[in-house]
Ligand binder design. Structure first.
Ligand code: NDP
Length: 500
């Protein structure tokens, strides 16, 4: 497989399908310096319809392929993902602005793990139904049936990982997919289609269309789409779920968060600062589960802030392919402006104390990167629950430290949000940690760590942060529907009608 940054067109029926120039195009931009990488041609409605049609024609054969054979093909894709890990990571770094030290160790690795997990699961009975004797003359059996043609819509922060977390269980369960990446990070999609094809996934099983909201809207509202798996903002997710409900489509919604991290009074300040760093600055803060509201006991606030400031010295912005770089730019100019707006608001309107950071570019940024979308990692302290920087998802490297007096008070304040994606606790007394976790309203929780999301662990948000889960055994259930069959074996069907 050759990796090249050439212009992209829709990919369906097993090959790139040139769009008419009248459909328009957009550019993929390298966020580290603002330079264009290549053109992406929008998929007009006819191309989206054709991609869906190609998935429809592939469905009968793919869905009736025995799970163990599908698994064998998908395992070959896992091997290819691992073989080309660094090439794919380079593409993700160019497209997203994440340092290669991250993309080469996390993004493709965690995507490949999920594909391996679901391939193994369906090969080992994960799609088996159940059967039981209802009475001596009758039995019931159930089967897990694929849904049909499904739409995958991705956000820009973990492009290939999101594409894999959606397509892995979808394809393993026997469905076909039409996938639309975010227009900000589209490069991975054709490479993933190529990997599936090289592994032996039949043409039409995995297809790619490009474009912004209108393309996503056309795709998800198409009557042939059985399910929409969406990752993105709460506001977009509500629109997409509303439209899907109109067509009685299945949905999985992975949406935004404003997650709390509660540091308990017995926590070591140093450990708490480590977890808070992980929960706020990985991927330059562009992680849906980030723990941006850090509740710290008033008595621990000063040592915690000192430990944090010490650790901030180790955040290194710079050339994204330098192994020492662990902090990249934001993903786009519009996102940079949004995050800067929140930092300004925190200083000027909210009146929070700026512990470190600000709207400027990181110090010592090399000259050739100054045209990129960089901002400093920022910590606000003395925050209150009413501040915009505490209430709204910023999706950037902006931590808010909130002091508390009683643990019950911290739990109540942590839960006082419409969102419920993730939450976490740091402390030495593990019983106390569990007791707090039990009271936190969130679908993903961590104790004394943050962010790890292995293939075996089902993840999904509560409240407005989402519907359903991805990964784990439950993640497979989201891509099948149940069929129950009752078999009568007595040879005589006694009904009231027999007496008539
Ligand atoms: P958006 O909601 O802006 O976009 C998500 C995707 O939806 C994009 O591909 C977008 O296209 C597409 N889209 C936009 N409008 C429509 C529509 N009407 N119908 C169908 N699709 C549409 O989210 P972002 O890309 O800005 O992603 C960031 C958000 O994603 C954050 O809120 C973050 O918390 C959340 N997220 C949640 C995760 C989770 O697992 N819970 C994981 C990762 C991110 P385009 O971009 O091309 O316009």
């Amino acid at each position: 497989m050759g990796f090249r940054d050439i212009d992209r067109h829709s990919f369906y029926a097993g090959k790139p399908q040139p769009s008419p120039t009248s459909a328009g195009h957009f550019e993929s931009i390298d966020p580290s310096n603002g330079n264009p990488i290549c053109k992406i041609f929008n998929s007009p409605p006819q191309a989206i319809d054709a991609a869906i049609a190609s998935a429809q024609s592939a469905f009968p054969s793919w869905s009736s392929t025995p799970p163990i054979e599908r698994a064998r093909i998908l395992q070959r894709a896992v091997a290819l993902l691992r073989e080309y890990n660094d090439d794919l990571a380079r593409i993700e770094t160019l497209d997203t602005g994440k340092p290669f030290s991250e993309t080469s160790t996390v993004d493709i690795v965690t995507g490949a793990d999920v594909l391996e997990y679901f391939a193994s699961l369906v090969a080992s009975g994960g799609l088996n139904g159940e059967s039981f004797r209802l009475r001596p003359s009758a039995s019931v059996y159930t089967s897990k049936e694929p849904l049909g043609v499904c739409a995958g819509i991705g956000a820009w922060n973990y492009p290939i990982q999101i594409a894999l977390w959606k397509s892995a269980p979808c394809l393993a369960a026997g469905n076909c997919m039409v996938y639309k990446p975010s227009e900000f990070t589209p490069l991975h999609a054709e490479y993933l289609a190529g990997i599936y094809q090289k592994a032996g996934v039949p043409d039409g099983v995995f297809n790619v269309v490009y474009g912004a909201g209108e393309a996503g809207s056309h795709l998800t509202q198409h009557p042939a789409i059985a399910k929409v798996s969406f990752t993105g903002q709460v506001s977009t997710g509500m629109r997409v779920a509303g439209a899907a409900a109109g067509g009685m489509k299945y949905v999985t919604m992975e949406l935004g968060g404003k997650s709390p991290l509660i540091v308990l009074p017995d926590a070591a300040a140093d450990t708490a600062a480590d977890v808070a760093m992980l929960a706020n600055f990985f991927s330059t803060g562009q992680v849906c589960t980030n723990g941006t509201r850090v509740f710290v006991p008033r008595s621990l606030k000063k040592p915690f802030e000192r430990a944090l400031l010490d650790k901030m010295q180790h955040v290194r912005a710079g050339d994204l392919f330098d192994p020492a770089t662990n902090f990249g730019p934001l993903s786009s100019r519009s996102h940079l402006e949004k995050v800067r707006g929140y930092v300004r608001r925190g200083i000027e309107e909210d009146g929070a104390t700026l512990l470190c950071g600000g709207v400027e570019q990181p110090a010592n940024l090399p000259a050739h990167l100054k045209s990129g979308y960089w901002i400093r990692p920022t910590v606000f302290t003395d925050c209150t629950d009413e501040m915009a920087i505490v209430r709204e998802e910023i999706f950037g490297p902006v931590m808010a430290v909130l002091a508390y007096d009683e643990v019950d008070e911290a739990v109540r304040r942590a839960n006082a949000t419409e969102l419920g994606l993730a939450a976490g606790v740091v402390g030495r007394d593990i019983d106390a940690c569990h007791s707090v976790i039990a009271r936190l309203e969130a679908g993903i929780t961590w104790v004394n760590t943050w962010g790890e999301s292995p293939a075996e662990m089902a993840v999904g948000g509560w409240k407005k942060s989402g519907v359903g889960v991805e990964n784990g055994r439950k993640g497979l259930e989201a891509w099948v529907r149940n069929k129950s069959t009752l078999v009568e074996m007595s040879g005589s069907v006694a009904t009231v009608f027999a007496k008539l």
